[in-house]
Write a protein that binds this ligand. Structure first.
Ligand code: NAD
Ligand code: ZN
Length: 342
């Protein structure tokens, strides 16, 4: 299946196909005519897929850099190490970088690609569920710094995104669950068909990834630089960020619970259809995602510290029903003194 990201001269294809890793030679030739490619991967993904990927790229000279698996690789130290290795290999302007791994490798490689020689081309080959259904498209790249996530970065669209759902077979269960939280979120905010598909807990296939990326594609095309509509992707995140820190949950798990809070809040405001709560909870339970939570009112005060709080105004994302999203602005003081009127 092919999805086209329409962003003027930055447009690109997203190809989703089981077994496409074996056809990489043609897929890369389609967008790149030089000889050398530089693959960046991590210490979990490399041992499983690097050899296969290099063999598949038989017409190319392949060089590679492996970083340590995990979020700590989105750092200045690793960024510097990757640049040093690439320069040691005498990388030239316009030579291609390939990100082979999860969102960490994707964000890091994209940032390297956006800065080396003021911008080399790069291709994403996402291998985690989160990266396949979300982070590999949209062009946000970057690293963490000063205890703040994604604080240094650039917008840099890939030349192509190549997705092989077969790679999910080796993904650890905890990472799978992490991606599921965000996948269900995409169903909630923009795709009732996707939400309904997930009810029977199918194996993640091309169609599910396609439907999820469709939701992200629509908002990225309208708002490539994250000024407005892209914030709909934040559904469940304002509460989610508070409990992610407090309860030491993984991001996707915190988003799962955060969505339940946002639905509670929306129901009290008369925005959200009451049936959404049970519908969502049922799906979360079926995927073993956490659903226990307290009262959203107890968390409202803490949400004002969210990084999306702009000059004392905070936008909350709500759903009206499954698949329909909207946002509402609150003054910081309104949230601190919030009292339910119902
Ligand atoms: N750029 C964006 O728009 C965007 C959007 C959402 C999240 N992100 C970023 O994405 C990152 C999280 O991504 P993630 O959840 O993929 O994390 P990750 O890259 O750390 O991958 C999770 C773990 O799974 C392993 N892994 C990946 N694919 C595997 C496979 N096929 N088989 C076995 N192991 C595999 C990785 O080595 C890692 O240990 C965060 O840094 C987040 O900020 C970016
Ligand atoms: Zn998220």
């Amino acid at each position: 299946m092919i999805l086209r990201m329409n962003l003027g001269s930055d447009s690109y294809d997203i190809k989703i196909e089981q077994g496409i890793l074996n056809k990489l030679n043609d897929e890369i030739k389609d967008v790149y005519s030089k000889k050398r490619v530089f693959i960046i991967t991590d210490s979990n993904v490399g041992p499983i897929y690097l050899r296969k990927v290099k063999e598949a790229l038989y017409d190319f000279e392949t060089l590679d850099v492996t970083v340590k698996a995990g979020e700590e690789s989105k750092s200045f130290d690793t960024y510097k190490m990757v640049l040093e290795k690439l320069l040691d290999m005498d990388i030239k302007r316009n030579e291609l970088l390939i990100a082979l791994g999860g969102g960490v490798v994707g964000d890091l490689t994209g940032f390297v690609a956006s800065t080396i020689f003021r911008g080399n081309p790069f291709v994403q080959i996402p291998t985690s569920l989160l990266a396949q259904m979300d982070s590999s498209i949209g062009g946000k790249t970057g690293i963490d710094f000063y205890n703040r996530k994604n604080i240094i970065g650039a917008f840099k669209q890939p030349l192509k995104v190549i997705i092989d759902p077969d790679t999910l077979n080796t993904l650890p269960q905890a990472e799978f669950n992490n991606g599921m939280g965000e996948l269900i979120k995409h169903g909630c905010i923009g795709n009732a068909k996707l939400f309904n598909m997930l009810k029977s807990k199918p194996k993640i296939n091309e169609e599910i990834i396609y439907e999820s990326l469709l939701v992200k594609k629509r908002v990225v095309e309208i708002d490539p630089f994250d000024q407005n509509e892209r914030m709909y992707l934040n559904f469940g995140h304002t509460f989610g960020h508070v409990i992610e820190l407090k309860n030491h949950l993984r991001h996707g798990e915190a988003v799962a619970v955060g969505m339940l809070y946002a639905i509670q809040f929306g129901i009290d405001l008369g925005i959200t259809d009451k049936s959404c709560y049970d519908e969502l909870k049922k799906i979360l339970v079926s995927y073993d995602l956490p659903t226990n939570h307290g009262d959203y009112k107890d968390l409202l005060k803490e949400t004002v510290h969210d990084k999306k709080n702009l000059a004392g105004m905070l936008s909350f994302v709500f759903i009206k029903e499954i698949g329909t999203v909207l946002k509402k602005e609150f003054k910081e003081s309104e949230l601190i003194n919030y009292e339910c009127k119902n």
